[in-house]
Design a protein around this ligand. Structure first.
Ligand code: TYM
Length: 326
């Protein structure tokens, strides 16, 4: 069985971009692979957070994983800090990673490079991500487009470690779903949908009220024309709506374009909103039921045990290869 690993940060709200770009792939892959899906709370610490909020978001994300369709009987769902091997392997890999390559990471450049007060954790963030992945001898990593550079670094670190210390790691492949790799912001279709966007009009949260979802789609920024066609360069807003609609309805973009010939943007916006609401309503109902039941803590306890069992051997191999006494 293919080994699959991916993770999400428990920061801000989980949105439609996370869901369509990553989570839907997680759900599909659990049918064919041995999957590990992590809530990366240690990564969340790289930017200072309110501790109570981080605790709440961590449980919320676990609940959303399960409510969206991840099945704890098929996949291991766990919190990163519950498997201490991640932090330990990250240190070992920090002694393989180079300052030069970490300085070139666009996420670091965007979030902290020019700030004296940025944490050193933010700088070494991608090394912890590499540790997450490599510890599980992962073969496939499903993510959205924004993680591509981190994945290239992960592959480089695996190859360098194997060359320097002997074959320890599987070199993982990235899996990016082209159609949903980069869901754009509703308020600005030139930029990706993001939980750190300054305006709430940017994203649809997975737990958002149907009324608010409809309102945001109605106000989604499009060009001033009337023609509905898929052209991300010239018609970013309309193309983003078509991508979202297609992903939640299962209809191809070509079919949708044909269906909306001669109709205005207004129709497309309302129908996209309704398709998104139809997708999210059952998820929201399952989420609330699950969180009331208290079941999520048991799922995470079981996941932690499975995760620890899966990484012990690789961590020991890393240490031995590097010259530590076991
Ligand atoms: P995070 O928490 O920012 O995002 C979680 C996943 O959602 C995808 N994503 C998107 N996909 C399409 N359109 C968008 N607008 C959009 N926004 C976010 C992301 O690509 C990601 O797949 N560094 C990672 C977390 C991580 C990780 C890992 C991932 C830590 N360790 C190991 C994979 C494997 C992150 O910050 O994702």
């Amino acid at each position: 069985m293919t080994r699959v690993f991916s993770g999400m940060q428990p920061t801000g709200v989980l949105h439609l971009g996370n869901y369509l770009g990553a989570m839907k792939q997680f759900i599909a892959l659990q049918e064919e692979g041995e999957c590990y899906y992590c809530i990366v709370d240690l990564h969340a610490l790289t930017i200072p957070r309110d501790p109570a909020e981080l605790r709440r978001r961590t449980r919320e994300l676990a609940g959303l994983y399960v409510a969206a369709g991840l099945d704890p009987a098929k996949a291991t769902i766990f919190v990163q800090s519950h498997n201490p091997d991640h932090a330990e392997a990250a240190w070992l890999l920090q002694c393989v990673a180079r300052i030069g390559e970490l300085s070139r990471m666009t996420q670091f450049k965007d979030k902290g490079k020019d700030s004296e007060s940025a944490t050193s954790g933010l700088f070494t963030y991608p090394v912890l991500m590499a540790a997450d992945i490599l510890l599980y001898q992962t073969e496939v990593v499903p993510v959205g487009e924004d993680q591509r550079q981190h994945m290239e670094l992960t592959r480089d670190l695996a190859e360098r470690f194997n060359r320097q210390y002997g074959e320890v790691f599987t070199v993982p492949d990235v899996r990016i779903q082209k159609a949903t790799a980069r869901i754009m912001g509703l308020d600005n279709p030139e930029k990706k949908m993001s939980k750190s966007a300054p305006s709430e009009a940017n994203y649809i949260a997975l737990l958002e009220e149907p009324k608010s979802i409809l309102k945001k789609f109605k106000r989604a920024v499009t060009d001033s024309g009337t023609e509905i066609r898929f052209d991300p360069e010239q018609k970013a807003g309309v193309s983003n709506l078509l991508s979202i609609y297609s992903a939640v309805s299962g209809q191809s973009i070509d079919t949708l374009v044909e269906q909306y010939q001669g109709k205005g943007y207004g129709h497309l916006k309302v129908d996209t909103a309704e398709a998104v609401i139809a997708e999210l309503e059952p998820l929201q109902a399952r989420y609330h039921q699950l969180m009331e039941s208290g079941e999520i803590d048991d799922i995470l306890a079981k996941g932690a045990k499975q995760a620890r069992a899966a990484t012990a051997e690789t961590l020991a191999k890393m240490k031995e290869a590097m010259g530590l006494i076991l």
